[in-house]
Design a protein around this ligand. Structure first.
Ligand SMILES: [Zn+2]
Length: 130
C-alpha cells in the first residue's frame, strides 16, 4: 500500500459503484464528496457538504476540502487535509482528541439541522402556544 499524494476532482451526479483510487468525486446534486481513503486502505470516505460539515473549494482545476478528513471510524484512523488536490498528512489524534472532535461535530450538526428542521420539542411548544 502506498499513500495517495494527489486527488483529482471528478464532477459526477452520483458516485460510481466502485470508486477509483486518486479521484475525489464531487456530487453537487447530492452536496457530497467521496474518495478512497488516502492511506490506500481501500475504504470509501464520504464527506457531506454543508455549513456544519465540509466545504469544497474548486479553483477551476483542483479542489480543497475544509476542514481536515479525520477517518476516526476506520481501522486506519488516518487524518489528512486535501489542499488543492494534494494530500497533506496530519498527525494522528489521541483517543481523547478523537472523542472531543466527534462530540463537537455532532453538536455542530445538530445545531445546523436545528436551524432548519424544528425538533419535536420545538414543534410541541409551538403547538401548545395560544
Ligand atoms: Zn485508510
Amino acid at each position: 500500500m502506498t499513500a495517495v499524494a494527489f486527488l483529482r476532482p471528478e464532477f459526477v451526479e452520483s458516485f460510481p459503484p466502485a470508486m477509483e483510487r486518486g479521484v475525489l468525486y464531487v456530487s453537487i446534486p447530492y452536496a457530497t464528496c467521496g474518495h478512497l481513503c488516502a492511506c490506500d486502505c481501500g475504504q470509501e470516505v464520504v464527506t457531506p457538504l454543508s455549513p456544519a460539515q465540509w466545504a469544497l473549494t474548486y479553483n477551476g482545476q483542483d479542489v480543497s476540502l475544509y476542514p481536515s478528513i479525520g477517518n476516526w471510524a476506520l481501522p486506519c484512523r488516518s487524518h489528512y487535509w486535501i489542499r488543492e488536490g494534494r494530500v497533506r498528512w496530519s498527525r494522528r489524534y489521541t483517543a481523547r482528541e478523537i472523542a472531543d472532535n466527534r462530540a463537537r461535530d455532532q453538536r455542530d450538526l445538530q445545531e445546523h439541522l436545528g436551524e432548519r428542521v424544528p425538533g419535536p420539542i420545538a414543534r410541541l411548544c409551538r403547538r401548545l402556544r395560544p
